[in-house]
Structure formats: structure tokens, C-alpha cells
Write a protein that binds this ligand. Structure first.
Ligand SMILES: NC(=O)c1ccc[n+]([C@@H]2O[C@H](COP(=O)([O-])OP(=O)(O)OC[C@H]3O[C@@H](n4cnc5c(N)ncnc54)[C@H](O)[C@@H]3O)[C@@H](O)[C@H]2O)c1
Length: 367
């Protein structure tokens, strides 16, 4: 495994390989960038095929966090941790305490939280060893479940896409197809229904579908049909890689705007969407509501008003991306990457030329 020549290593500041033979901990902490502030991103526990897959996941996800945090206007960099192991059988208090000591050893350069396979209670254990943890249920600034904030941001993003693509100020009377009625999808349906949108829904969980039909008058379709529904907007809120060479030509909508992470199977799928005249709201921009809420917790003085303003700003950030993509005839996903890279590069330059008091400025997370 050649880390320095690994294609996903590009731009990373630091990668920490953590091993504790006593507790069985094997983890990788990838810090992509601290230019904008301490690297924040969740910790995932997964039974990886091999160590190389674990490294690849950590590197890809940490870069994604840098871009997401930059676009949300947070004073946070990007990082991610992966614990190699089976979340069903390999968890122990000692293992998470050991992970907490590694996080603590980074002196606040990396702030961890829950991700796939990790629960709030696991993070409560980690927090016994380090203060550099977010997403807790208790404590002075605990921010609780981020999903309603992710859903609100996604709703704002849908409004921006509707404004840009259809010239409408409201979703009232429009049809939105929501794929996945989990934590985010459900709250999103609630917002859309309250705003007068008609809903088409699908989920592998039949109870959730029945509930949405009853609660929101939604039309239920099969999981195979939802992406290709006749709808003004399709909102993927379940799986990644749903947009690819096979699915894109079959889409009947002109707007894709949903919360799922990593919706594009390949980077080139962004341009394929543009070629098909489909407006795509880049996933890490539209789904930033949750990290915005977590950022308020990291700051140590949870301020709901600040959170609401930042989540509302997702509307304007997306409109700017859509307009620049049209001007430059490029994919919205590419434009978003470019803006994030510009923000990170500017912060790095300011840091190097001594324009920021690095440690002090980085502590002011919600500046
Ligand atoms: N929770 C957050 O705050 C947050 C923040 C940013 C991004 N996201 C992303 O948003 C997406 C949804 O997150 P969540 O927290 O709601 O997850 P969740 O697990 O609560 O919900 C996912 C839902 O998708 C359904 N599903 C799975 N496969 C499906 C399929 N083939 N067709 C239709 N439905 C299917 C599941 O049954 C479940 O109800 C994920 O991609 C997640 O990474 C979530």
C-alpha cells in the first residue's frame, strides 16, 4: 500500500494509522485540510475487505468533508476516521477509549463524531478520553439529531433549484419524488408537504411508505421506479452512486436535489447530467445542514439563530453555483469543487502570510 502515491491522498495534510494490540483497535484518521480550522468529520466503523479499502474510504471521505465544510462557510477543515472492524461484533468500551486517546493525541486538529456503524453512546465513551468529540446528546452545547437540519437545508436547496431551473419561488403544486424515508427523507417530506408540494415516495421499509401515504397523501411507487418518476424534482435521500451512465439517460425530471452522500458514481456524471439538461444540486452543498448544526456544538455555545441563518444560506450558495455553472458551461459538481478548493487555498495562503492568528482564529469555529 503506497500512501504517498495513492490517488486519493492528493492534498492531504496528515494520515494517522492507529493500532492498539491490547484493545484490538485498528483505525485510520485522515486529515485532509486544517486551512479553515480543525478538521471535522465523523468516524465510521466498517468491516473492510482489506486495509487498502479502509485507507481509500478514509481519504475520500476526509476530502469530501473539507469541501462540505468550506462550502457551508464553516471555520472547519476536513477529516474523517475509520475503525476497521465489524460494528456488530467488535465493539468494546476499551476499543473506543483507545480511539479517543488517539484523537486526543492530535491536540484538537481532528474533531470526531458518529458516522456509519457508530452510535452516540460509542462517542460518549470516546468523550471520556478527549474533548474533541461532537454529536453528543448531553453536555452544555449538545446539538442532538442533525437530520432535521439536513432536511431543512435540503428543502432550501430544492427551492433554489426550482427557482433557477423553473423560475418559480415556491414548491407549491410541484411534484417531488423522494427516494428514502429515513431520518432525513421523512423530515424533508414533512417540509415539502407543508409547503404544498405533491409527493411520490419509495423506501424498502414498507411501514415508512404506508406512513407517508397516510400522513402526506404521498403516492407510493417501487424502489426501482422512484428515480425515474415523472416529477419536477427527484430527491435521492437513501443511497450513494444512484446517478450514473445507466440511470441518467432514463431520468424524467429536470432537477436532482437530495440529501444522499456521493450521489454521482463518477465525477464525469456531473457533466452527463448537464448534457441531459438536468440541474444537479451538489450533494455535499445541499446536505450540509447537519454539519452546520454540529459546528455550533463544537463551538461550545450552541446558537440556534446562527444555525438557522447558515442553513438558510444554502439557498444562496446553490444559486451562485448554478449561475457560475451556466456561465462556464460546466457541471455544477465541478464548479462546487472549484469554489471549495479556492476557499481552502485562500485560507492556506492567508495562514502562511500570517494574516490569521492561526490557533486563535481556528478556535472561533462559528465565525
Ligand atoms: N442524517 C444526516 O443528517 C445526513 C447528513 C448528510 C448526509 N446524509 C445522507 O443522507 C442519506 C440519508 O440519511 P439518513 O440519515 O436519512 O439515513 P437513514 O438510514 O435514516 O435513511 C435511509 C433510508 O433509505 C432507505 N433505503 C435504503 N435503500 C433504499 C432503496 N434502494 N430505495 C429506497 N429507499 C431505500 C432505508 O430503508 C432508510 O429508510 C444518506 O446517504 C446519508 O449519508 C445524512
Amino acid at each position: 500500500m503506497d500512501v504517498f502515491n495513492h490517488e486519493a491522498f492528493s492534498g492531504h495534510e496528515q494520515v494517522v494509522f492507529c493500532q492498539d494490540e491490547t484493545t484490538g483497535l485498528k483505525a485510520i484518521i485522515a486529515i485532509h485540510s486544517t486551512a479553515l480550522g480543525p478538521a471535522a468529520g465523523g468516524c465510521r466503523m466498517w468491516h473492510y475487505r482489506d486495509n487498502s479499502s479502509a485507507l481509500n474510504d478514509a481519504l475520500r471521505l476526509s476530502k469530501g468533508m473539507s469541501y462540505k465544510n468550506a462550502m457551508a462557510g464553516l471555520s472547519l477543515g476536513g477529516g474523517k476516521a475509520v475503525i476497521i472492524g465489524d460494528a456488530k461484533t467488535d465493539k468494546s468500551e476499551e476499543l473506543f477509549r483507545s480511539f479517543g486517546r488517539f484523537v486526543n493525541g492530535l491536540g484538537g486538529q481532528y474533531i470526531t463524531a458518529e458516522d456509519v456503524g457508530i452510535s452516540v453512546s460509542d462517542m460518549e465513551v470516546v468523550s471520556q478520553e478527549t474533548p474533541h468529540v461532537a454529536g453528543l446528546n448531553s453536555g452544555l452545547a449538545a446539538s442532538g439529531d442533525p437530520s432535521p437540519f439536513t432536511a431543512r437545508g435540503t428543502f432550501n436547496g430544492i427551492r433554489a433549484a426550482v427557482k433557477h431551473q423553473l423560475g418559480k419561488d415556491s414548491v407549491a403544486g410541484l411534484t417531488v419524488a423522494v427516494q428514502g424515508l429515513g431520518h432525513v427523507g421523512w423530515h424533508l417530506c414533512k417540509e415539502l408537504h407543508a409547503a404544498g408540494a405533491r409527493l411520490i415516495v419509495a423506501d424498502i421499509n414498507e411501514d415508512a411508505v404506508r406512513h407517508a401515504v397516510k400522513e402526506f397523501g404521498a403516492k407510493a411507487v417501487s424502489c426501482d421506479e422512484i428515480l425515474f418518476a415523472e416529477a419536477d424534482v427527484v430527491a435521492p435521500c437513501a443511497l450513494g452512486a444512484v446517478l450514473n451512465e445507466t440511470s441518467i439517460p432514463k431520468l424524467k425530471t429536470t432537477i436532482i436535489a437530495g440529501a444522499a452522500n456521493n450521489q454521482l458514481e463518477k465525477d464525469t456524471d456531473g457533466m452527463l447530467l448537464r448534457d441531459h439538461k438536468i440541474l444537479y444540486a451538489p450533494d455535499y452543498v445541499i446536505n450540509a445542514g447537519g454539519i452546520i448544526n454540529v459546528a455550533a456544538e463544537i463551538d461550545g455555545k450552541y446558537d440556534r439563530k446562527w444555525v438557522d441563518q447558515k442553513v438558510a444560506a444554502i439557498y444562496d450558495v446553490l444559486l451562485d453555483i448554478f449561475k457560475r455553472a451556466d456561465r462556464e458551461q460546466d457541471a455544477t459538481s465541478t464548479i462546487s469543487d472549484l469554489i471549495a478548493q479556492e476557499k481552502i487555498a485562500q485560507a492556506l495562503q492567508a495562514d502562511r502570510s500570517g494574516k490569521t492568528e492561526s490557533s486563535g482564529a481556528k478556535k472561533d469555529i462559528v465565525a
